[in-house]
Design a protein around this ligand. Sequence first.
Ligand SMILES: [Zn+2]
Length: 77
Amino acid sequence: MQISCSDVRRELANYMEDDVDAELRSRIERHFRECDGCYALYDSIREVVRLVATTDIIELPAGFSRRLYERLSTISS
Ligand SMILES: [Zn+2]
């Protein structure tokens, strides 16, 4: 079963916060292998989150990556 780019982008924040079930996780990962656009989006968000997490001494507030994702997806759409 295929999932669409909009499904992946809607679930991406949940996926990155480990808040998806195993089936959805594997479908998203399969989509990344087939879709450069979604993988690039995921990769860029992951990189930003990593940079913030390693350079900032305070812990990320809950929902931070979700808000970041929403901001980035507004820019990139
Ligand atoms: Zn896609």
